[in-house]
Design a protein around this ligand. Structure first.
Ligand code: KIV
Ligand code: ZN
Length: 512
């Protein structure tokens, strides 16, 4: 019988720790629903004890999700564990995920605990958690830099207390595939009760090896759960990328011989939704979900693929959801077809009024642009959800003038708390002038740490998608704006980032 590989998605917890990627409750709910459509086994929805906002998100996700297990992270303390269990109460299937560091460095410098204290606290925490929930996972933070003898004692103890999954994180991305695989294999061979738990891998990507390490943990080490994020989102260089692991295991079934429940046709829409929501664009040459992943530029390749696809392609683009990319709707299309696409993309708004407004925006866009892509739909739904959330700063209109040899000028009309204001400025270019025009009314004091423009689809008719990352008083946020006019897209992205800076309470990242 073929083994099953459990896919544990931590986009909403570890992924959210990327700079500026913190999300609102509604955004997290939308992503959780899409992860359920993708059929991930476990959704790590957040870290309940980290903030009231995160607690409420986990509770809302537990209420909404029926098919996937919903999980909350918790430190190995009774208080954290109780809070996590409380948030998970409405879940059909819930999991408590406890963690405590086991490396000498973390124990001594961070926790200021002796190994014996860490061992005892791990044991007691799992015992406490098992009284609240049947499904308990234990992670030995920084496991890969821990003493294997000590790890054996910790894992043996927590399995004896009833942990059904034990996780061996490479917290700092230090592992290399072969060594990591053998590290897990040795632990499993040395621990007498190791077969009573599912072994899990959790790899960070600091040396670009998170996917390779995770797969070695599976193949060599015998791990049967992979912790990963959509698009490899995560702080520093990110986490192990879900789509890459899934497609490696599917495409090389001859080698891995493992079952997955993932509906791969949902991969591309999930990737887009996460990228759009967090403002982290996907690099074009990213495996599986990058815009060029299936684009053949060289004549020899094109010729080969036309004659027989598998000359240069090892996966079918349509199996990942790429073929649905171009919407068959135009300006004459009806509301039902539009609603169906929202459903397919997993972004159906909750209220009819939001659907109506999004449909009106769709019609307006279809008048200006002959082909509408899924990214266009995602952009306008996210714009509508911003409008519905009664943000402080709302874009109204923009006029700008730029000419070779002249200093560009811009005037931006916007509302601040419902009051219409207008501001004008000159600048280095039309974008700079427009953002300065906004600042003439806002005076945010924010510093821009990233500005990027990306064409949503391949042509100049495409909408420009702009990401702006702002930093103010120690907080970092990403704003995203889309429009066929990139100056307007930039103004929208800037206002979106300013709004995120304003909505402090809603957006406390899980592990701040
Ligand atoms: O990287 C890590 O060690 C973690 C644990 C909390 C699982 O994210
Ligand atoms: Zn991590």
């Amino acid at each position: 019988m073929t083994d099953k590989l459990v896919i544990f998605d931590t986009t909403l917890r570890d992924g959210e720790q990327s700079p500026g990627a913190s999300m609102t409750r509604d955004e997290k709910l939308r992503i959780a629903r899409q992860l359920e459509r993708l059929k991930v086994d476990v959704i790590e929805a957040g870290f309940a004890a980290s903030s009231n906002g995160d607690f409420e998100c986990i509770k809302a996700i537990s209420e909404a999700i029926k098919d996937s297990t919903v999980c909350s992270l918790a430190r190995a303390s009774d208080k954290d564990i109780s809070r996590a269990a409380e948030a998970l109460k409405p879940a059909n299937s819930g999991r408590l995920h406890l963690f405590l560091a086991t490396s000498p460095l973390h124990m001594e410098k961070k926790l200021r605990m002796t190994p014996e204290q860490v061992l005892e606290q791990s044991r007691l925490a799992v015992r406490f958690a098992r009284n609240l929930m049947a499904d308990v996972e234990f992670s030995a933070e920084d496991a890969y830099r821990s003493d294997p003898d000590f790890l054996c004692r910790v894992f043996e103890a927590v399995i004896a207390e009833g942990a059904s999954t034990v996780n061996v994180p490479d917290t700092v991305g230090y592992a290399v595939p072969e060594l990591y695989g053998h590290f897990i294999k040795d632990l499993r061979e040395r621990i007498p009760n190791s077969d009573k738990a599912i072994w899990s891998v959790h790899c960070h990507n600091d040396l670009g090896m998170a996917v390779a390490n995770s797969l070695a943990g599976v193949k060599i080490g015998g791990a049967r759960q992979v912790e990963c994020t959509i698009n490899g989102l995560g702080e520093r260089a990110g986490n192990c990328s879900l789509e890459e692991v899934v497609m490696a295991v599917k495409t090389r079934r001859d080698y891995f011989d493992l079952e997955l429940t993932i509906d791969t046709q949902q991969i591309v829409s999930t990737s887009r939704l996460v990228s759009q929501t967090t403002g982290f664009i996907v690099q074009p040459n990213k495996a599986v979900v990058g815009a060029n992943a299936f684009a053949h530029a060289s004549g020899i390749h094109q010729d080969g693929v036309l004659k027989a696809r598998d000359t240069y392609e090892i996966m079918r683009a349509e199996d990942l959801g790429w073929s649905n990319n171009k919407i068959v709707l135009g300006k004459l299309s009806g509301r039902n077809a539009f609603k169906q696409r929202l459903l397919d993309l997993g972004v159906m708004p909750e209220s009819e009024s939001e659907v109506n407004n999004a449909f009106m925006k769709f019609k307006d866009l279809a008048d200006r642009k002959s082909e509408i892509f899924d990214e266009d739909i995602l952009a306008l739904v996210s714009e509508e959800s911003v409008a519905q959330s009664h943000e402080k700063y709302v874009f109204v209109s923009l006029a700008q003038h730029s000419e070779t040899g002249e200093v560009p000028q811009a005037t931006v009309v916007m509302t601040i708390g419902g009051q219409e204001v207008s501001g004008s400025s000159s600048g280095n270019g039309p974008v700079d002038a427009s953002l300065k025009a906004i600042e003439s009314n806002v005076n945010s004091g924010a510093e821009m740490v990233l500005y990027s423009v990306n064409a949503i689809s391949g042509s100049t008719e495409s909408q420009g998608e702009v990401t702006v990352r702002l930093q103010n008083k120690g907080r970092i946020v990403n704003g995203v704006g889309a429009d066929p006019d990139i100056v307007v897209a930039s103004a929208k992205a800037y206002l979106s980032a300013l709004n995120k800076l304003e909505s402090q309470a809603d957006r406390v990242a899980a592990q701040v």
